[in-house]
Design a protein around this ligand. Structure first.
Ligand SMILES: Nc1ncnc2c1ncn2[C@@H]1O[C@H](COP(=O)(O)OP(=O)(O)OP(=O)(O)O)[C@@H](O)[C@H]1O
Length: 354
């Protein structure tokens, strides 16, 4: 699915990215464009390939995993995944990754200060001790850790979960990357701390101009935080949608099903929570045609016959607006039905208030 609009050179772009573990292709031609300072969400059920996309972009796939196709560029320069040295230079300085579990990502026997300093020294080996120290304190302040001088001398176990995630984010942005990929950065945190970490990411986008790719199973979170959302199913992006159009205008039945699992104010909870029947197909034995068809309430016989077409959904911005497209032959019917449902929701909310 092509995602290109506008003229700014993308901070990150992938075209036709394919990844396999052994013989099984788990990412099957993913396109992604992230412009400078943009917040892009990648959402989908467990196993759809979200983390694999993140790891592949970073050149950090587990052994047995390999990029089998596609072109990835960072700030306009093509990434060569066979060149380990170049990949090493790219990590941290152009693309950074923050994982779900800060405790396993931080070294338990090194102070937080020495771990941030290590990241800084990779790209500024000649910086003075005093300059590195000052920058470490500045970074901890930037990510909202109070009393940075004292905190720099502490070990990861002396930090709370939320503070550890902040420290990891400080390491990730230490060398001013163009894109920060955050893979389920809030999953291990309580709800209040989750909200604080999301606010922090937001403020880093504003202050540093870094672009963020937020990888999560939580469609509610991406709809609030991101400018655009990519919905993945069985190794493909099945819908690309501006967040503003997500609730009223989702065009893929799978996106609608994900949204259906979110509570809607004004409707009784027992009525509104839907679930998706069945389970995602095994990637080693995908059904013919659309991979979602066996679980899809909208499916027609031809959906199982061939690859679904990419249908562009006209948006209010016209041809120059953000791309909204879905890999579904019924996309426009799905949009129309969603719009009438959301009008009914609005009436229900109105009735509750009144
Ligand atoms: N190291 C690995 N070796 C073999 N298969 C793997 C490996 N890592 C992931 N997979 C497989 O690749 C597919 C995609 O997994 P991935 O972790 O990218 O999905 P995900 O959407 O991020 O899921 P989750 O939200 O559970 O992390 C799954 O079928 C998974 O079993």
């Amino acid at each position: 699915m092509s995602t290109t609009t506008g003229t700014a050179l993308p901070a990150l772009s992938a075209e036709g990215l394919r990844v396999a573990y052994g013989d099984v292709e788990v990412v099957r031609g993913v396109d992604l464009v992230v412009r400078p300072g943009e917040k892009v969400g990648v959402v989908g059920e467990s196993g759809c390939g979200k983390s694999t996309v993140a790891l592949a972009l970073m050149g950090l796939l587990a052994s047995g995993g390999s990029v089998t196709g596609g072109v990835v560029s960072v700030s306009g320069a093509r990434v060569d995944y066979r060149d380990e040295k170049a990949l090493d230079r790219m990590r941290g300085s152009q693309l950074s990754l923050v994982f779900q579990d800060p405790l396993t990502s931080l070294d338990p026997v090194k102070t937080i200060g020495s771990q941030i300093a290590e990241a800084l020294r990779r790209y500024s080996p000649r910086a003075s001790r005093a300059a590195v120290r000052a920058r470490c304190a500045e970074l901890l302040t930037a990510v909202g850790v109070p009393e940075p001088e004292r905190r720099l001398k502490q070990y990861p176990h002396e930090f709370s979960g939320g503070m550890r995630q902040r420290a990891l984010i400080a390491i990730a942005v230490a060398n001013d990357p163009a894109v920060l990929i955050a893979d389920e950065p809030t999953t291990a945190l309580d709800v209040t701390t989750q909200a604080q970490v999301v606010d922090l990411l937001d403020s880093l986008v504003d202050r540093l101009g870094v672009a963020v790719v937020l990888v999560t199973h939580d469609i509610g979170l991406v709809s609030e935080f991101c400018d655009r959302v990519l919905v993945m199913y069985a190794g493909r992006v099945v819908e690309e949608v501006p967040s503003a159009a997500l609730f009223d205008g989702a065009a893929h039945p799978y996106t609608r099903a994900l949204l259906g699992s979110l509570p809607v104010p004004g409707r009784p909870r027992s009525e509104d929570l839907t679930w998706i029947p069945g389970a995602p197909p095994p990637l080693a034995a995908l059904p013919p045609g659309c991979s979602f068809a066996p679980r899809c309430a909208w499916a027609q016989p031809e959906c199982s016959a061939g690859q679904p077409p990419r249908v562009v959904v006209p948006g209010p911005g016209g041809a120059g607006g953000p791309v909204h497209a879905a890999e579904c032959r019924r996309a426009l019917d799905v949009v129309a039905s969603g719009r009438s449902e959301s009008r009914a929701d609005a009436r229900a909310q109105e009735a509750t208030r009144g």
